[in-house]
Design a protein around this ligand. Structure first.
Ligand code: NDP
Ligand code: PYC
Length: 338
């Protein structure tokens, strides 16, 4: 059995901030990154919680990311807001652009935020949930590095390319999903490797193109998309919408840009937001009630909604005031400050 380290919620924040400052991130970036890692750890999202500090530190050590970069906003009368992260991590650019995206969405009914020239390591659900908390529906997409083979292919062309969506629900947690379009996120395979566990079949192929359940062989070979050609097509769509459409890099180009393995991918991100008040023909309450009937019908069958596990983990961790991570992970994170 894995021995676990209990960390109070404050200790989670403090550990993240200390590691990031020690690595060389300035206060604004360290704060934004630590908030993201805290949100993920609080919800037991292990692959994108404190574990992601390794990727942040590696990206700084490679000399790629600018830990002091001040994002630039480009705002016009159009419904598209652009945020140039100027070689920093994406999160500060998101924070700066969020109020403008919300205001544009309320004005036009639909609006988009394109974040450019950013290093990206994070989960997307915290971002789409900032928009659903403002009463808007939202989706977000990013490429990553070309680790994933297209359906029928044998080598990485696509990123793990997550897609996230959030729908506001009055008085309730939003309906949110957020998943990699690869069968497993890269971070999940790395966690299997750390735990010495085999992968389930169908997640990856080795360097010779043979199916593998060995995490090490999977990391050296290629990952597979979920749902065969369907996941593959979705992943290509994400490459296009969060790449060439917004004048930024694909996962292949991000991989070529990276100076060292282990660094965060470098590319863009697209976030789309929709205002029900503009779309719902003046019948927001009636249409919300229809959405609720759909959710009730799903739950009535014993199925669960995406993010239910996460919301339950948040409530439990908040109530008890601590989270648990493997002791080995805790020790390795502390060693980042040695
Ligand atoms: P998971 O497979 O863990 O979960 C995907 C989604 O499906 C979650 O919303 C989850 O909800 C939901 N879900 C899981 N099981 C069920 C079920 N039985 N019924 C209904 N819903 C279910 O996600 P991934 O491992 O693919 O991705 C993890 C994170 O990695 C994401 O947050 C993603 O943004 C991030 N990521 C980031 C990348 C980047 O480049 N920045 C690249 C790839 C991934 P719940 O959480 O409640 O279980
Ligand atoms: O888990 O696939 C992943 C990932 C890539 C970049 C950040 N997370």
């Amino acid at each position: 059995m894995t021995s676990v380290q209990k960390l109070s919620l404050q200790e989670v924040k403090d550990l993240a901030l200390s590691v990031l400052r020690h690595a060389g991130f300035g206060e604004a970036h360290a704060g934004a990154i630590a908030e993201m890692l805290y949100a993920c750890q609080l919800d037991d999202c292990q692959s994108h919680g404190l574990f992601r500090l390794f990727m942040c530190v590696q990206t700084m050590q490679s000399g790629d990311v600018d830990g002091q970069a001040q994002p630039d906003l480009h705002i016009s009368e159009k419904a598209v807001v652009r945020a140039d992260a100027r070689g920093g991590m994406s999160l500060l650019a998101f924070e700066k652009a969020l109020p403008v995206l919300i205001e544009k969405t309320r004005h036009h009914g639909i609006a988009a935020l394109a974040i450019n020239k950013c290093y990206h390591f994070s989960a997307l659900w915290p971002e789409v949930e900032r928009l659903s908390a403002a009463g808007l529906a939202a989706m977000a997409m990013v490429p990553s590095h070309a680790w994933v083979a297209p359906a029928g292919g044998t080598r990485g062309s696509l990123g793990t390319n997550p897609l996230a969506f959030s729908w506001p629900r009055a008085g309730k947690d939003p309906f949110t999903f957020d998943f990699a379009t690869s069968g497993f996120a890269r971070g999940e395979i790395e966690l299997y490797k750390r735990a010495g566990k085999p992968l389930p079949p169908g997640v990856a192929i080795d360097k010779s193109g043979n199916p593998t359940t060995d995490p090490e062989a999977a990391l050296e070979g290629a990952m597979l998309t979920f749902g065969g050609y369907k996941g593959s097509a979705l992943s290509i769509m994400i490459e296009l919408l969060a790449g060439p459409l917004i004048d930024d890099l694909t996962s292949l180009e991000s991989m070529a840009h990276a100076s060292k393995a282990g660094s965060a991918p470098y590319h863009g991100e697209i976030i789309l937001a929709f205002d029900p008040a503009v779309f719902s023909a003046g019948r927001v309450a009636e249409n919300d009630a229809r959405a609720e009937r759909l959710f009730a019908d799903i739950l009535d069958q014993g199925a669960r909604l995406p993010s239910q596990r996460r919301f339950a983990a948040r409530a439990r961790n908040q109530q008890r005031g601590y989270v648990e991570i493997p002791v080995a992970l805790y020790n390795d994170l502390c060693a980042l400050m040695a």
